[in-house]
Design a binder for this molecule. Structure first.
Ligand SMILES: Cc1cc2nc3c(=O)[nH]c(=O)nc-3n(C[C@H](O)[C@H](O)[C@H](O)COP(=O)(O)OP(=O)(O)OC[C@H]3O[C@@H](n4cnc5c(N)ncnc54)[C@H](O)[C@@H]3O)c2cc1C
Length: 291
């Protein structure tokens, strides 16, 4: 089925108007941002909203800015804007590395950060990126805004803690010094979803790992994170043996399933290899910053 069911269409003029429209139309309404996930699902009748609320006019949600402590990314930032953002990539080159391998220019020109996170596809690359960076998200509704750690945001495949009358409005990434980050992904062909993807963030302090973030996509890691591997790295010198052990732990603490993208053992092998590569490159970048 390639034609969506009939829908009503609303075009929000502001954030408060979008919230008002969500409240007025109730749980059968859905936000549409880039539409790259929602529209295909509507065409396949996997999603059947009665009303779509278009938030493409909400320039107030399209910004990337840094203050002394945080990088703030509005929900309507397009993949292409994040990929090309000097400010975001100056702090975290993981953004450009991940965005370069997300889909194709057509999807990247239209798809948004908020839409990607709210779609909550188990293979979503930005979910792994923000998990590695230990970001938080701001969710806004009639009762104001609440801030939720990304580790509590996804509650299952295609499910998040965003309520029907709320929007995701911002992603907040804490800034660090002596930090490095990197992204690794293997896909069947350019622009495809990952068979396995790994994001890494490392902070070095006097040569030791003082903070580690490892995000995994497409391999059913709880909340897109390799928590056990992160804990293992803390306080250690980043030697080859330590990195190899962390990568092994990451590959053992996810639950990939066999599908058309490959068997389970192949995906675990990829997690081990990609975690090793991402950690090594993140560590190199952290060293370049000095410790
Ligand atoms: C051909 C193709 C290839 C792709 N390849 C990849 C890939 O390799 N890696 C990858 O990670 N992704 C990939 N994607 C997915 C794509 O990056 C994202 O799914 C897409 O950009 C989602 O963003 P959107 O703005 O289009 O969301 P939409 O389709 O507009 O919305 C998606 C969902 O999020 C909700 N939503 C959107 N914005 C908000 C908000 N601010 N608050 C609350 N709810 C909201 C909508 O109601 C809907 O349920 C691919 C997509 C396509 C079509």
């Amino acid at each position: 089925m390639q034609v969506p069911a009939p829908i009503a269409y609303e075009r929000a003029t502001s954030l408060s108007n979008a919230i008002e429209l969500l409240s007025r139309h109730g749980p059968e309404s859905r936000i549409i941002a880039g539409g790259h996930s929602l529209l295909p699902m509507m065409k396949l009748r996997l999603a059947r909203p009665e009303v779509v609320i278009d938030i493409n006019d909400l320039a107030e949600l399209d910004y990337i800015r840094a203050n002394s402590d945080h990088l703030q990314i509005g929900a309507m930032v397009r993949h292409a804007s994040l990929m090309n953002s000097d400010i975001a990539n100056r702090y975290f080159p993981i953004f450009r590395e991940a965005e370069t391998v997300i889909a194709d220019p057509i999807v990247r020109n239209r798809g948004t950060v908020g839409g990607s996170l709210c779609q909550a596809d188990p293979a979503e690359d930005l979910a792994a990126v923000f998990a590695a960076l230990k970001a938080s998200v701001v969710i806004t509704g009639n009762n104001g805004s609440r801030t939720v750690p990304i580790s509590s945001f996804h509650i299952g495949p295609y499910m998040t803690v965003v309520e029907p009358d709320e929007l995701l409005t911002e992603v907040i990434v804490p800034l660090r010094t002596h930090v490095g980050s990197a992204y690794e992904k293997v896909e069947r062909r350019a622009g495809d979803w990952g068979i396995a993807s790994v994001g890494a963030m490392i902070v070095l302090n006097s040569g030791q790992i003082s903070e580690a973030g490892i995000g995994l996509a497409a391999v059913r890691a709880d909340h897109f994170r390799a928590v056990e591997a992160e804990s293992f790295l803390l306080g250690k010198q980043p030697t080859a043996d330590v990195i190899a052990q962390a990568a092994l732990i990451a590959s053992e603490n996810c639950q990939p399933v066999a599908d058309q993208r490959g068997p389970e053992d192949y995906k675990r092998h990829l997690v081990k290899e990609l975690t090793t590569r991402a950690l090594n490159r993140a560590i190199d970048k952290a060293r370049e910053e000095g410790t």
